[in-house]
Design a protein around this ligand. Sequence first.
Ligand SMILES: NC(=O)c1ccc[n+]([C@@H]2O[C@H](COP(=O)([O-])OP(=O)(O)OC[C@H]3O[C@@H](n4cnc5c(N)ncnc54)[C@H](OP(=O)(O)O)[C@@H]3O)[C@@H](O)[C@H]2O)c1
Length: 245
Amino acid sequence: MVAIVTGGSRGIGKSIVEELLKINYEVIVTARKESKETISLQKLFNNKIHFVPCDISKEDDRKKLFEYADKTFGKIDLLVNNAGVAPRERKDILEITPDDFDYLTDINLKGTFFVTQELTPLLIKNNQSRIVNISSMSAYTASVNRGEYCISKAGISMITKLFASRLAEYGVSVIEIRPGIIETDMTSKVKDKYEKLISEGLTPVARMGKPEDVAKCVSSVALGNFDFCTGTVIDCDGGFNVRRL
Ligand SMILES: NC(=O)c1ccc[n+]([C@@H]2O[C@H](COP(=O)([O-])OP(=O)(O)OC[C@H]3O[C@@H](n4cnc5c(N)ncnc54)[C@H](OP(=O)(O)O)[C@@H]3O)[C@@H](O)[C@H]2O)c1
């Protein structure tokens, strides 16, 4: 079984790669640059991990990723759309510029859409293959100081529904995982703020999530446990999604 994990070099993506290797997937890891973590995983899981540099916002890079996967395996069984960025600087929606908006949505939204479109021919070569989109609780939670991020994640929810509808006839299921607050580089600058909010009761489960929490949801999908589900959302968020009174 072969998977592609975008943004697999660090954080949540790196944990997803690890979990997939443990269940005997061969994994193509993409990111803009290789990390120490990827190199040490390569040593641990000899020959089972392939690093392909790919900035998902760049058409040429997406084509090179397709060519590598096509030439090396001729098909893929699982695509995990995990790559994503936070705003370069958190700014109020009344202050963000078109450039701020384009930077983020070119990666998180347009990149995710077109990487999926590019790789579809390799996914439909099987009777059953899977796409997992890593969106966020920001898909439905308004944060006015990073509106472009929220918009990109709400868009990923629609990408999930669109590809679930379009690809079901080819045996491709599409699952969206919405992480809550997860401890990674992305949240390192706001860790203290989030820990305080959590200690004050923000989430029923009183801790930040770990990358492995998300990765275990992905590996469960990868094992085929959700094959009659498509367009389905898994909230991996310590219960943040529960409305409480
Ligand atoms: N951490 C959280 O609390 C949280 C919550 C909800 C959702 N998420 C989502 O989960 C995903 C992973 O987040 P994370 O916290 O693990 O972030 P992270 O630690 O910052 O890792 C992001 C990964 O994406 C890659 N990446 C960034 N820009 C890219 C691009 N243009 N093309 C290809 N790869 C790119 C990075 O590698 P390079 O920089 O080398 O390219 C890295 O491998 C993101 O989509 C994020 O929005 C995170």
